[in-house]
Design a protein around this ligand. Structure first.
Ligand code: GLN
Length: 247
Protein backbone atom coordinates (compact mmCIF):
# COMPACT_ATOMS: atom_id res chain seq x y z
CA UNK A 1 0.00 0.00 0.00
CA UNK A 2 1.24 3.47 -0.80
CA UNK A 3 0.25 6.31 1.50
CA UNK A 4 1.00 9.92 0.55
CA UNK A 5 0.90 12.83 2.95
CA UNK A 6 -0.10 15.77 0.77
CA UNK A 7 1.81 19.05 1.04
CA UNK A 8 3.10 18.96 4.63
CA UNK A 9 4.79 22.31 3.85
CA UNK A 10 1.34 23.95 3.48
CA UNK A 11 -0.93 21.67 5.51
CA UNK A 12 1.32 20.87 8.47
CA UNK A 13 0.37 23.55 11.02
CA UNK A 14 -1.59 21.31 13.37
CA UNK A 15 0.58 18.19 13.46
CA UNK A 16 -1.67 16.22 11.11
CA UNK A 17 1.35 14.84 9.24
CA UNK A 18 1.35 12.38 12.16
CA UNK A 19 -1.66 10.68 10.57
CA UNK A 20 0.43 9.32 7.69
CA UNK A 21 3.06 8.09 10.14
CA UNK A 22 0.43 6.32 12.23
CA UNK A 23 -1.03 4.60 9.16
CA UNK A 24 2.41 3.48 8.03
CA UNK A 25 3.32 2.11 11.48
CA UNK A 26 0.04 0.26 11.87
CA UNK A 27 0.80 -1.54 8.62
CA UNK A 28 4.49 -2.24 9.30
CA UNK A 29 3.89 -3.42 12.90
CA UNK A 30 1.70 -6.11 11.34
CA UNK A 31 4.35 -7.04 8.82
CA UNK A 32 2.26 -5.66 5.94
CA UNK A 33 3.77 -3.99 2.90
CA UNK A 34 3.62 -0.19 3.09
CA UNK A 35 5.32 2.85 1.67
CA UNK A 36 4.69 6.33 3.06
CA UNK A 37 5.94 9.56 1.53
CA UNK A 38 5.27 13.20 2.26
CA UNK A 39 5.27 15.36 -0.88
CA UNK A 40 5.71 19.13 -0.62
CA UNK A 41 3.64 21.49 -2.75
CA UNK A 42 6.33 22.16 -5.36
CA UNK A 43 6.31 18.46 -6.31
CA UNK A 44 3.94 16.30 -8.30
CA UNK A 45 2.01 13.80 -6.25
CA UNK A 46 2.62 10.14 -7.05
CA UNK A 47 -0.17 7.57 -7.40
CA UNK A 48 -1.34 6.37 -4.01
CA UNK A 49 -3.91 4.10 -2.41
CA UNK A 50 -4.47 6.63 0.34
CA UNK A 51 -3.89 10.39 0.34
CA UNK A 52 -3.75 12.18 3.68
CA UNK A 53 -4.33 15.95 3.98
CA UNK A 54 -3.90 18.08 7.09
CA UNK A 55 -4.93 21.45 8.47
CA UNK A 56 -3.38 24.82 7.77
CA UNK A 57 -3.89 28.57 7.76
CA UNK A 58 -6.12 30.25 5.17
CA UNK A 59 -3.27 31.42 2.90
CA UNK A 60 -1.47 28.08 2.52
CA UNK A 61 -4.87 26.39 2.30
CA UNK A 62 -5.76 28.48 -0.78
CA UNK A 63 -2.44 27.60 -2.39
CA UNK A 64 -2.86 23.90 -1.59
CA UNK A 65 -6.32 23.86 -3.20
CA UNK A 66 -4.95 25.50 -6.35
CA UNK A 67 -2.04 23.07 -6.64
CA UNK A 68 -4.14 20.00 -5.91
CA UNK A 69 -6.70 21.13 -8.48
CA UNK A 70 -3.88 21.21 -11.06
CA UNK A 71 -2.33 17.87 -10.09
CA UNK A 72 -3.43 15.47 -12.83
CA UNK A 73 -2.07 12.36 -11.08
CA UNK A 74 -4.03 13.12 -7.91
CA UNK A 75 -7.23 13.77 -9.90
CA UNK A 76 -6.83 10.53 -11.83
CA UNK A 77 -5.98 8.45 -8.75
CA UNK A 78 -9.06 9.78 -6.95
CA UNK A 79 -11.27 9.17 -10.00
CA UNK A 80 -9.97 5.60 -10.05
CA UNK A 81 -10.78 5.01 -6.38
CA UNK A 82 -7.90 6.19 -4.22
CA UNK A 83 -9.02 6.96 -0.67
CA UNK A 84 -8.65 10.50 0.70
CA UNK A 85 -8.55 11.29 4.42
CA UNK A 86 -8.56 15.03 5.05
CA UNK A 87 -8.45 17.11 8.22
CA UNK A 88 -9.76 20.65 8.68
CA UNK A 89 -8.24 22.85 5.93
CA UNK A 90 -7.77 19.65 3.93
CA UNK A 91 -11.41 18.73 4.53
CA UNK A 92 -12.56 22.21 3.51
CA UNK A 93 -10.52 21.95 0.30
CA UNK A 94 -12.48 18.80 -0.64
CA UNK A 95 -15.81 20.68 -0.43
CA UNK A 96 -17.16 22.90 -3.24
CA UNK A 97 -15.85 26.12 -1.76
CA UNK A 98 -14.17 27.54 1.30
CA UNK A 99 -13.42 30.97 2.69
CA UNK A 100 -10.06 32.66 3.22
CA UNK A 101 -8.91 35.41 5.58
CA UNK A 102 -10.30 38.39 3.60
CA UNK A 103 -13.71 36.72 3.62
CA UNK A 104 -13.68 35.79 -0.06
CA UNK A 105 -14.72 32.38 -1.24
CA UNK A 106 -12.35 30.06 -3.11
CA UNK A 107 -13.30 27.05 -5.20
CA UNK A 108 -12.65 23.71 -3.55
CA UNK A 109 -12.22 20.42 -5.36
CA UNK A 110 -15.90 19.51 -5.04
CA UNK A 111 -15.13 15.92 -4.06
CA UNK A 112 -17.47 16.22 -1.06
CA UNK A 113 -20.88 17.80 -1.84
CA UNK A 114 -20.78 20.47 0.84
CA UNK A 115 -20.20 24.17 1.31
CA UNK A 116 -17.69 25.67 3.72
CA UNK A 117 -18.74 29.09 4.95
CA UNK A 118 -17.54 31.63 7.49
CA UNK A 119 -20.30 32.61 9.87
CA UNK A 120 -20.48 35.29 12.54
CA UNK A 121 -19.78 32.62 15.13
CA UNK A 122 -16.49 32.73 17.05
CA UNK A 123 -13.60 30.56 15.99
CA UNK A 124 -14.05 26.97 17.17
CA UNK A 125 -11.13 26.12 19.43
CA UNK A 126 -10.88 23.23 21.85
CA UNK A 127 -11.55 19.56 22.42
CA UNK A 128 -13.95 17.84 20.04
CA UNK A 129 -15.76 14.61 20.92
CA UNK A 130 -17.71 12.78 18.24
CA UNK A 131 -19.88 9.69 18.33
CA UNK A 132 -19.69 7.83 15.01
CA UNK A 133 -23.12 7.17 13.51
CA UNK A 134 -24.08 5.30 10.38
CA UNK A 135 -20.58 4.22 9.34
CA UNK A 136 -20.26 0.44 9.18
CA UNK A 137 -17.06 -0.83 10.80
CA UNK A 138 -16.69 2.00 13.31
CA UNK A 139 -20.31 2.50 14.33
CA UNK A 140 -20.61 3.80 17.90
CA UNK A 141 -16.91 4.55 18.40
CA UNK A 142 -16.42 7.79 20.35
CA UNK A 143 -13.67 9.82 18.70
CA UNK A 144 -11.51 12.44 20.36
CA UNK A 145 -9.43 15.27 18.97
CA UNK A 146 -9.03 19.03 19.08
CA UNK A 147 -10.39 21.60 16.67
CA UNK A 148 -9.23 25.05 15.63
CA UNK A 149 -11.15 26.56 12.71
CA UNK A 150 -12.99 29.71 11.71
CA UNK A 151 -15.27 28.20 9.08
CA UNK A 152 -18.26 25.88 9.29
CA UNK A 153 -19.25 23.15 6.83
CA UNK A 154 -22.77 22.51 5.57
CA UNK A 155 -23.23 19.05 4.06
CA UNK A 156 -25.62 18.42 1.17
CA UNK A 157 -28.47 16.04 2.01
CA UNK A 158 -26.80 13.10 0.23
CA UNK A 159 -23.63 13.21 2.37
CA UNK A 160 -23.24 11.17 5.57
CA UNK A 161 -21.59 12.92 8.49
CA UNK A 162 -18.83 11.05 10.31
CA UNK A 163 -20.81 11.39 13.51
CA UNK A 164 -22.65 13.49 16.08
CA UNK A 165 -20.88 16.12 18.16
CA UNK A 166 -20.85 15.32 21.90
CA UNK A 167 -18.55 18.22 22.82
CA UNK A 168 -17.23 21.02 20.65
CA UNK A 169 -18.40 22.42 17.33
CA UNK A 170 -17.33 20.12 14.45
CA UNK A 171 -19.08 21.07 11.19
CA UNK A 172 -21.05 23.63 13.20
CA UNK A 173 -24.25 22.67 11.41
CA UNK A 174 -26.95 20.26 12.55
CA UNK A 175 -24.84 18.98 15.46
CA UNK A 176 -22.75 16.84 13.18
CA UNK A 177 -19.08 16.49 12.40
CA UNK A 178 -17.08 15.45 9.37
CA UNK A 179 -18.19 13.82 6.16
CA UNK A 180 -17.97 10.45 4.47
CA UNK A 181 -18.73 10.57 0.77
CA UNK A 182 -17.69 7.96 -1.77
CA UNK A 183 -13.91 7.59 -1.22
CA UNK A 184 -13.41 10.86 0.72
CA UNK A 185 -13.44 11.23 4.49
CA UNK A 186 -13.25 14.69 6.02
CA UNK A 187 -13.04 15.69 9.67
CA UNK A 188 -12.24 18.66 11.91
CA UNK A 189 -10.40 16.36 14.36
CA UNK A 190 -6.73 17.17 14.92
CA UNK A 191 -4.74 15.21 17.50
CA UNK A 192 -3.40 13.77 15.23
CA UNK A 193 -6.79 12.10 14.85
CA UNK A 194 -5.33 8.70 14.01
CA UNK A 195 -3.00 8.71 17.04
CA UNK A 196 -5.93 9.27 19.35
CA UNK A 197 -8.37 7.02 17.50
CA UNK A 198 -6.83 3.73 16.38
CA UNK A 199 -10.17 2.30 15.18
CA UNK A 200 -10.44 5.15 12.68
CA UNK A 201 -6.88 4.47 11.47
CA UNK A 202 -7.58 0.77 10.92
CA UNK A 203 -10.93 1.48 9.28
CA UNK A 204 -9.16 3.76 6.76
CA UNK A 205 -6.54 1.08 6.07
CA UNK A 206 -9.28 -1.48 5.42
CA UNK A 207 -11.11 0.96 3.10
CA UNK A 208 -7.81 1.50 1.27
CA UNK A 209 -7.45 -2.24 0.68
CA UNK A 210 -5.36 -3.55 3.58
CA UNK A 211 -7.53 -6.65 4.04
CA UNK A 212 -8.29 -7.98 7.51
CA UNK A 213 -6.04 -6.56 10.19
CA UNK A 214 -4.64 -8.36 13.24
CA UNK A 215 -5.25 -6.51 16.52
CA UNK A 216 -2.52 -4.29 17.99
CA UNK A 217 -1.99 -3.22 21.58
CA UNK A 218 -3.58 0.25 21.57
CA UNK A 219 -3.88 0.61 25.33
CA UNK A 220 -1.82 3.82 25.52
CA UNK A 221 -3.84 5.60 22.82
CA UNK A 222 -7.08 4.40 24.33
CA UNK A 223 -6.06 5.57 27.83
CA UNK A 224 -5.19 9.02 26.45
CA UNK A 225 -8.47 9.15 24.58
CA UNK A 226 -10.47 8.22 27.64
CA UNK A 227 -8.74 10.93 29.66
CA UNK A 228 -9.41 13.55 26.94
CA UNK A 229 -13.06 12.56 26.50
CA UNK A 230 -13.73 12.55 30.24
CA UNK A 231 -12.21 16.02 30.51
CA UNK A 232 -14.08 17.39 27.49
CA UNK A 233 -17.42 16.07 28.70
CA UNK A 234 -16.86 17.19 32.30
CA UNK A 235 -17.71 20.79 31.46
CA UNK A 236 -14.22 21.96 32.47
CA UNK A 237 -13.32 22.51 28.83
CA UNK A 238 -14.74 26.01 28.87
CA UNK A 239 -13.23 29.12 27.29
CA UNK A 240 -13.12 27.00 24.18
CA UNK A 241 -14.26 29.60 21.69
CA UNK A 242 -12.30 32.39 20.32
CA UNK A 243 -8.79 33.25 21.16
CA UNK A 244 -6.47 31.22 18.94
CA UNK A 245 -4.95 33.27 16.16
CA UNK A 246 -3.90 30.66 13.65
CA UNK A 247 -6.14 30.72 10.63
N1 GLN B 1 -8.09 27.96 7.86
C1 GLN B 1 -9.21 27.12 8.12
C2 GLN B 1 -10.19 27.71 9.12
O1 GLN B 1 -9.79 28.49 9.96
C3 GLN B 1 -8.74 25.75 8.57
C4 GLN B 1 -7.98 25.75 9.87
C5 GLN B 1 -7.37 24.41 10.20
O2 GLN B 1 -6.96 23.69 9.31
N2 GLN B 1 -7.27 24.07 11.47
O3 GLN B 1 -11.36 27.41 9.09
Amino acid sequence: MRIVTVYPDLLGTYGDAGNGIILERRMSRRGLDVEHVGVDSHGTLPRADLYVLGGGEDGPQGLAAERLGNDATFQLAVAEGALVFAVCAGYQILTRSFVVMDGTSRPGLGLIPAETIRSEAARAVGELVVSVEGIAGIEGVVLSGFENHGSRTQLDANVTALGKVMAGIGNGTEGCEGAVYERCIGTYLHGPALARNPELADWLLVQAGAGSLAPLDDSRSLDLREERITWALSGKANGREGSAHSR
